[in-house]
Design a binder for this molecule. Sequence first.
Ligand code: F6P
Length: 365
Amino acid sequence: KKRIGFLTSGGDAPGMNAAVRSIVRVATSRGCEAYAIFEGYEGLVTGGDMIKKFGWADVRGYLAIGGTLIGTARCSSFRQRSGRLSAALNLVKNGIDALIVCGGDGTLTGADILRQEWPGLVKELIDNGKLTTEEAAPYETLNIVGLVGSIDNDMTSTDITIGAVTSLHRICEAVDCISSTAASHSRAFVIEVMGRHCGWLALMAAISNDADFVFIPERPPSENWESEMCKIIKKHRLLGKRKTIIIVAEGAIDRKLEPIKSSYIKDILTGIGLDTRVTTLGHIQRGGRPCAYDRNLATIQGVEAVNAILQATPETPSPMIGLRGNKITCQPLMKAVELTHQVEVAISKKDFRRATDLRDPEFAE
Ligand code: F6P
């Protein structure tokens, strides 16, 4: 009988609760036990009442609720080996032999480190007298499954992450609201959206909202973008457009890798006579009810996460559940994490072509 622990970590994402509900119910119906680990890795490091057995009824009503009801944190102690050592001890003490983590890039990187260190951590706990050889014996391997929950859609090897579509809807609604006031006053708006180092939300929002210009980290604008942008905007204005919408990803950079600031864009637009405002959408992009797509995605991926644990082989002990071409995928966590880090490396080397390619799951194959 498997005892499956699960946690949500990093920035919350709409749909995380649906994933938790799915894990608990599928695990229970397959004869496993499901353990909620509260406050992300923090709960794993702390143990005690931060780890609690969940049954069918504990996740009633979870589907439609935003955020994550089991809590999340950006945990610094789990980044230290000593933190991961307590996490390992808490897993063994609670009899947990499989772990499902739902979070973004940082969360899955943490899971991958735990996966790499696992037998060593258990050995160290035996060596320092925290566990006996008998107690540790059933925990030679730990199956870890990653579910990608992040509004940023910044993980390679998957088309979409849990929460990204809800967030995009939220942005679209907000830009619709801004558009009507912008058109009324014939104003320009520079709208900053989240996404960390990933431009997916910005790019999709720009396409969905008829933006005049978009700034994303993976494809910095040309050296003379200021004049190019102004030329395009003037053309649109001559065609009768009464509003100007510029979408800026929070991680947008120029070709020298310097951040592109919304206030700077505002100054440029003011310079060509446009009455300009800056709106940073902030956390409204992350909170609130998940859309139907995210509820479905998280539910199906929760089922697959439990399946992956029950079908784990020594060759695939720790997969990441993704989606490609509308089909659920299950691939090595290690590879997905590594490819995601390569995007940042490519950007830091100004190899923007490679950064864009790496974002494509097809390329990651
Ligand atoms: O990763 C999700 C995200 O919302 C990013 O888009 C953003 O950069 C970051 O988290 C904000 O984090 P915090 O809520 O800790 O300020």
